[in-house]
Unconditional design. Structure first.
Length: 406
């Protein structure tokens, strides 16, 4: 099987995802995609006409984010028109999935130079709040699907994971992110976002709250009690959807703004090449893709697939947990990571060591590609060999990837 080599990875800073408050909120989503695609071409000096395809992740493909954001961002970046592009949606897992598809195309021998990545501007106005099944009554009867935050609280209740443990994880995420920023651990991948007039829109992480403590988090009210009882027309509430399958679960609400992922804007991209293309064009690989995998799990609880995905991708890679030097497990909600830590008995010093989405934010379709770049940078900084990246996704799924530093 041909090797899929990671040549480079870059990302924007994450901007607060609120209109009138976030530093990126005034920009077009294609502008963020353009920023990272331009950076890849400039940093690696490849002919954009050689790009076989661009696989892009965007979960909310509406309004300005509709119309194949991957292709349009490439055109906006000045790529040759022969560089095609597509956009996909695996909810929060879109960025990993896009990168995996890019790698798989190279490993299949069908393509030689591919880009995986994603963009999400969560500052874009959204209307309505529908259950995950989009009001398909038949689907909801088969697989009742609730709101992610209510699912997170339900999982914590079922697993007996209390708020103290979740707040401790969130405070540690803030501490690690602050340390990583102070030590410049993100600098290699971070690309400033410029306005059209050349002025700087954002050149640093905007979301982190350094100095966050367990005590300050304890003062925050849970975010999802009212939402759990939200009803769209005559459809079941989010709480009722959970209880359709788990009637004995009396949900304890333990997640809040501080131990849930931050609402942000951002974009990221990963450049992947075949060995033959890299050699012929003077591109120096930084890592190789060892294995990729996708995993489905209970769509009602929705957020429990990362653990099974880790087991599956390790089996594909022919590795065991102890072979992995670092894990990036997206902090969609604190309970997602805490459950994986406990279920797999992972070394906490190997997991999200530079903080995660509770501190930095989670731009849905872009986060996976961001985490791949973060893992790569950290493997290089520490001299580690293997990194494993995974995340929960809507519908009860999790994509995963194992990379090896070259």
């Amino acid at each position: 099987m041909p090797e899929a080599l990671i040549i480079d990875a870059c990302r924007t800073p994450r901007g607060i995802g609120k209109q009138g408050k976030g530093a990126l909120a005034h920009l077009h989503p294609q502008h963020l995609g353009r920023t990272v695609l331009e950076a890849l071409a400039e940093r690696n000096d490849f002919d954009t006409a050689d790009v076989d395809d661009i696989a892009w992740g965007t979960s909310s493909q509406v309004c300005e984010q509709s119309g194949d954001l991957g292709r349009m961002s490439a055109l906006d970046a000045g790529y040759d028109v022969r560089a095609s592009g597509m956009t996909l949606d695996r909810f929060c897992g879109s960025g990993i999935t896009a990168t995996n598809i890019a790698a798989n195309a190279v490993m299949a021998g069908m393509e030689d130079l591919v880009i995986g990545g994603g963009t999400e501007m969560m500052s874009m106005p959204r209307k309505g709040l529908l259950p995950m099944g989009a009001l398909n009554a038949h689907l909801q009867e088969l697989h009742p699907q609730s709101h992610q935050g209510v699912c997170a609280d339900a999982i914590a209740t079922i697993e007996g994971i209390g708020r103290d443990a979740l707040d401790a994880l969130a405070a540690e995420s803030q501490r690690r992110a602050a340390r990583a920023i102070a030590e410049g651990r993100f600098d290699r991948s971070l690309i400033p976002v410029l306005n059209l007039d050349g002025s700087v829109a954002l050149d640093r992480e905007e979301f982190p709250r350094p100095g966050t403590t367990v005590e300050s988090l304890a003062a925050l009210a849970p975010s999802f009690p009212a939402l759990a009882d939200y009803r769209h027309g005559d459809h079941p509430t989010f709480r009722e959807l959970i209880n359709q399958k788990y009637p004995d679960v009396d949900i304890e609400h333990v997640h809040h703004a501080g131990n849930s992922s931050g609402v942000v804007d951002g974009s990221a991209a990963v450049l992947i090449a075949s060995e033959s293309y890299a050699s012929a064009n003077g591109l120096t690989p930084r890592a190789r893709v060892v294995a990729t995998a996708n995993m489905g799990d209970d769509p009602t609880l929705m957020l429990n697939a990362p653990g099974p995905a880790i087991r599956k991708v390790l089996a594909r890679a022919g590795l065991v947990l102890d072979d992995i030097d670092l894990f990036e497990i997206n902090e969609a909600f604190a309970v997602v990571v805490e459950k994986v830590l406990r279920d797999l008995d992972l070394d906490r010093d190997k997991v999200n060591i530079n903080g995660g989405a509770m501190a930095l934010g989670h731009p849905i379709g872009a986060t996976g590609a961001m985490l791949i770049g973060t893992a790569l940078d950290e493997l290089e900084r520490t001299g580690g060999r293997y990194g494993l990246i995974t995340m929960c996704a809507g519908g009860g799924m999790a994509p995963a990837i194992v990379i090896e530093r070259v």
